[in-house]
Design a protein. Sequence first.
Length: 233
Amino acid sequence: MQLLVSVRDAVEAEIVCRYPIDRLDLKEPRWGSLGATSPDIWQTVVSQWHAQIGVSIALGELSDSPDPTAVPHQTESIKVGLAGCSGLPDWPERLRMLYATAPKSVSRVAVFYADQQLARCPLFEDLLEVAADLQCATILVDTFGKTSGSVFGHLTETQLIQMRRAAHTIDCQFALAGSLQQHDLPIIKNVRPDIVAVRGAVCHHDRSGHICERRLSTFVTAFEESRSIAAEG
Ligand SMILES: O=C[C@H](O)COP(=O)(O)O
C-alpha cells in the first residue's frame, strides 16, 4: 500500500513532502471531490517535486469539459470525475477524447464514485470496460459527496476487495479514497488497495481547511504501522 496525500498548492506540497508519503496529488477541494487547481500551480508543484515523488493532478468533472493540454509532461497521472455521466451514452468517447489531448507521458486514472446514485456516474462494471479500453493505469474509488460519511458507508469491505481484484485483472492499480480516517486503517488494510488517498483526515477542520501537520504526522505513523502489518500478513 502506498500513501497519497492531496494538496492544493506549493505551500501545502512543501509541508506534506517533509513526511514519508509515496504520492502527491494536486486538487482544489473547494471545487469538489476532484476539483482542479490552476495550471500555474500544476507547473510550480510538478516541476519542484516530480523528481522525488509521483505527482497526480485532478482535472474536475468530465461534464465541465476540463482542458488537460497544460498538464506538465512530468506529471505522473491525471484523473477526471464522471459525475452526471450515467445518462450520457457517449461518455466513454468524451473521456477518450479528453485523455487523448493530455501529454502521452502522463498515465490516466478511471474514477468511480462509491456514492454512485448521488453522483449519477456510470456503473463500476461499465467503467472497468472503458478503463481497459483506454489503457488507464489506475482505477480510483472515491466519494463524490464529502459530507455524508466515508466510502465504507457506501461499499462493503467485500465489494471493495472485489473491485480491487477486478482492477488487477485489467492490469490497473486500485486506489481507494473517500473521507478515509485514521480509524479506518484496519479495514483499509483488509481491502489492500495499492494506493490509499487522503485529504480531510490530515487537514484542520475538514478537507477544505489547510493541511494540519500534527494530524498528518499522526496519520503517517499509523499508516506505516498498518502497512507493515499488512506486509507481514
Ligand atoms: O485523492 C484523495 C482525495 O483528495 C481524498 O479526499 P478526502 O480524504 O477528503 O475524501
